[in-house]
Design a protein around this ligand. Sequence first.
Ligand code: PLP
Length: 413
Amino acid sequence: MTLTPFDPVPSPSPIEPDGPTASEPTRDSTQGRPWAPRTRAVRAGIGEDGQFGAVIPPVHTSSTFSFEGFGRPRRFDYTRSGNPTRDLLERTLADLEGGAGAAAVATGMAGVTLLTHLVEPAELILCQHDVYGGTHRAFASLGRTGRVHVEFTDAFVTGDLDRLDDLEPKLVWLETPSNPLLRVVDVERICRWAHDRGARVVVDNTFLSPCLQQPLSLGADFALHSTTKFINGHSDVVGGAVVAANREDADSLQWWSNCLGLGQAPTDCAQVLRGLRTLDARWRLHEANANHLAERLQAHPTVVRVHYPGLPGHSQHDLARRQQQGFGAIVAFDLGTAERVRAFLEGLSVFTLAESLGGVESLVSHPATMTHASMDPSARRRAGIGDGLVRLAVGIEDPDDLWHDLESALRAL
Ligand code: PLP
């Protein structure tokens, strides 16, 4: 079958003809009542194996699938175009985000790449200025070669949307809370503004996952994830996903993912799915630890400023309370200078100095030289990412061990 851009991709039918689809959430078959998201995440695909009754869904590693006969392909024919294990992950993520469908891709950046193909090169992508450094680098670099037309703005953060009245974006790009300063933007308000202008809205939901924020229910058209982070949760796989609110966009995502070869490998999909089953349980520990550390850091005399939306003094605390179901587990704080950061990092023993976030183990990073080093220094300064900033990705270890580690390192400054 030859598909051209925007030809509808055959909609993913469930593995069992009467099984769940993304738009039709999984239901308790015995009582007909809807399952809570946590139950749907834990039970995704369980009991669907008709061949052996495997409880945990088998991983389909085959790159190709036999035809039933001449001109009679089965549901899947080639793994780049579609695969049962990837399909299960996509249906589960779409269900949890409340979307019509999803594409599971090789990395979060593959998700960014995929979304850039939903607009023409001349159409404007209007992007929040303080997004993840890799997203910023991709847009800035693709912009230089003319592959995308992108502008960055701080108006989504300041709320000063009137300043943007002369622009005609086709895609509005938000990340909330943002990386690494945990700025929260008003998704509902910006979606209304964007939709009035005929633009669609992407929200990078990596920092909260569908457990703590559902951008599509706030009006967004796409939710983007680096599943490398909280969704997988164990720092042992890289992955990404884009969930679309409507069927047509979901089909376009699938079409482009197949066309460009961005899809995630089935074994990685199975691993992400395993992580997803415990996401809700992990969040409770991540969040309790993050709250605890943010409060203690704020009270510490050596710390200049703490960025965590869960603190009542955070400038967008009320907004975060309204649009999120939790505050997440990323805490950033300012130690003033890079020299102090160096001394602090050398004093840590529980926190590991590493990029990334969302694993069960606590990590610490220095955004200016690590996660956001790929950003042009002037853009980094404009985004407020100073040399004294430290970012914690708080894990699920014992909170006293974590605080003791931070306190000892701070004491040595
Ligand atoms: N979006 C955010 C908010 C991120 O933090 C990251 C990576 O750190 C990405 C996207 C890119 O994800 P990946 O590293 O899986 O490509």
